[in-house]
Design a protein around this ligand. Structure first.
Ligand code: SF4
Ligand code: FES
Length: 234
């Protein structure tokens, strides 16, 4: 039998197996901790920090998606300090990327009273929309760099490694090797990256075309017009 650990979350005692994360332990109590990069099918990269919680005795806030429970720990998931941190993270994201198709981020923002305009004079991230294959489009102006697509493409699902990070700092973005068009990479068009993307940065070509006003009966013809093996990246 696995070792059991008892801790207190938001004033409620809970006993869970050792190795459980704070996010999972909170879930057993019905407490939802906001998260963006965490996906239950993927290794948590712990990059978005939206899931931070206050851990009594810890100097900094702690990411609940990777912090494992400890016996006697006292955790607060919705203290004022925590809420302020989450609000600021979302406001900073609003300043740089388009969250209009990120339902979770928008719902968290609404619940937290986020002001999308708070850092409106911040620099925005601009990218062309990559329409370089017959299956999906990539619009990195909507990307929050959560890493989910990279992990789904790599060790967590497909073992294809077509996606990774390009450049550094503010210009860091999800990229193919040497920014090659997708048909020239190892991509097998499994669609796993599209399935785990939380923001609409990755989208099926059909959905994209419909949004562009292409009538459903013209979708096939429109897709055939796109060169399948050559990039038509702007
Ligand atoms: S493209 Fe989507 S899944 Fe990939 S890092 Fe950006 S937001 Fe995350
Ligand atoms: S959900 Fe924990 S750091 Fe992103």
């Amino acid at each position: 039998m696995s070792q059991q650990v008892t801790l207190t979350i938001d004033g409620h005692q809970v006993t869970v197996p050792a190795g459980t994360t704070v996010l999972q332990a909170a879930e057993t109590l019905g407490i939802e901790i906001p998260h963006l990069c965490y996906h239950p099918a993927l290794t948590p990269p712990a990059v978005c920090r939206l899931c931070v919680v206050e851990w009594e005795g810890a100097r900094t806030l702690v990411p609940a998606c990777v912090a494992q429970v400890r016996d006697g720990a006292v955790v607060r998931t919705h203290s004022e300090r925590v809420l302020r941190a989450r609000r600021t993270i979302l406001e900073l994201l609003h300043s740089a990327v388009d969250l209009s198709e990120a339902p979770d981020a928008l719902a968290y923002g609404q619940a937290l009273g986020v002001d999308p305009q708070r850092f409106a004079d911040g620099e925005r991230r601009h990218f062309p929309v990559y329409e370089d294959n017959p299956f999906y489009v990539r619009d990195y102006a909507k990307c929050v760099l959560c890493w989910r697509c990279v992990e789904a493409c790599g060790d967590d699902m497909q073992f294809t490694y077509a996606l990774s990070l390009g450049e550094r700092g503010f210009h860091t973005h999800i990229a193919t090797f040497f920014d090659a068009p997708m048909p020239e990479t190892t991509c097998v068009f499994c669609g796993n990256c599209v399935g785990v993307c939380p923001t609409g940065a990755l989208k099926s070509l059909e959905e994209h075309l419909l949004e562009q006003g292409i009538p459903p009966e013209h979708l096939s013809a429109e897709k055939r017009r796109r060169p399948p093996l050559e990039g038509n990246r702007e």
